[in-house]
Every structure is written in structure tokens, then in C-alpha cells.
Design a protein around this ligand. Sequence first.
Ligand code: 1Q0
Length: 213
Amino acid sequence: GQDSEPGSAREVLVAFEGCVTEQRDVLLGPYLRGWRGLIRFLNSLGAIFSFVSKDALAKIQIMERYCSGARRDEYRTLQSMVRYEVAHGLVDTQRRAEHPDSGCRTVLRLHRALRWLQLFLEGLRTSREDSKTSAICTDSYNASLARYHPWVIRKVATAAFCALPSRNAFLETMNVGGPDEAVAMLAEALPHICSVYGITEELYAQHELLDLP
Ligand code: 1Q0
């Protein structure tokens, strides 16, 4: 519900912090809450990004259904999800067919987007005050997600990036105070996103799931 969704960037990033257990498992509940918060943030940037938030939301909803479904215990962590889906042949590895919306392929799309987020936030954090948000966003997109997207999506996405507010205005929309506070919060939060990303990447590599259709 509305109330359980994070209201500021800090809470979004804290949700990612809460994902990783002592055994370095990634809990899907907090992972999806972090994503819900990101989508809320994205929606606040304007309708121009709704083609992005619609796709991300659809993926979050697929995962939320697994997490509250009959097999919810198998979907407590990314590790248990991979184990379960792989062991039961629930993952399409060549083309999308019997299992077009497996948890593994759905999370992979979010995982790739998390790499973009990591680069984008790191770029924002370390950029000069007069840098253009659109340039930071384009660079991080080209270095990550773009390679998985067809030409049309790349064009539409890079056109939409031009609508992003200036660096300082963007940092202010994070709702954690002025640009300096936002930069400090990013410095504190980014290691947690990096760690979720790194653990997922390793898990998917071990199971050869990084190219799922
Ligand atoms: C700040 C501006 C945000 C710009 C978002 C950059 C990503 C652009 C991606 C555009 C692609 C969306 C169209 C759908 C593509 C799908 O084909 C693709 C593959 O899925 P499938 O099922 O067809 O195989 N889907 C994806 O690649 C998923 C893309 C998800 C992108 C989610 C982006 C979430 C952004 C959040 C904004 C956060 C801003 C910073 C917040 C800081 C505060 C914590």
C-alpha cells in the first residue's frame, strides 16, 4: 500500500540495504520494496517516463505474485528462487516459451537496470555542480542497459533523458535536504546497491542465467 512505500530517496536506498542477509542472501521482499520506491520516484519526474515505469512495474508485479503465491517460501530470497526454478525446469533458456515470465528472467531485467542506477547515482554524486543530469544519465545508460535494448527504445530513452532537471534540482527532488546532503546520502547508500548488484551478478553467473531470453 501507499504507506509502506518509501517516501524519500534515503528510504529507497535503505530498502536495498535491508536486502542482504548475514549469509549474503538477497531477500526479495525488501528488494521489491526498493524497486517500488524507485518507480514512485520515477513517476514524480513526469509522464514522459511512464513507458519506463510501466515496464518496471509490470516486472515488480510479476515478482510480487510469486512472493505471495502458493510457492512463496521458494521466493523468499533470490538464491532460493534460482534453486527452485532451475531444479524444476521453470526457466526458459533458449527462447521464451512455456515459462515466459520466470522469476529468473524477470529479476534479470531489474538487475540490469540496477547496474544503470548504480552508474547513474555514482555519476551524479561525483559530478561537478554545473554538470547536466541528461549527460550523466545518457552515459550511464550507454554503458549498461542500452546494449540490451533495440534501437527504437534507445532513441526514445535518450530523448526522454533531455527532460531531466539540472543536477542540483534533481538532487533536491530526492527529499533529503540540499544538494550536499543528497550527495552525502548517495555516498552512504551506494555501497549497498553495489553489494546487491554484485551478489546477484555472481549468483546468475554461477547458474549461467545472465543471457536469459
Ligand atoms: C532518472 C531517469 C530514469 C531513466 C530510466 C533509465 C532506463 C531507461 C530504460 C528504458 C526501457 C523501458 C522500456 C522497456 C524495455 C523492456 O523491453 C526491457 C526488457 O524487458 P523485456 O520483458 O522486454 O525483456 N525492460 C527493461 O530493461 C527494464 C527497465 C527498467 C528501468 C527501471 C528504471 C528505474 C528508474 C528509477 C529512477 C531512479 C532515479 C534515481 C532515484 C534516486 C533515489 C533513490
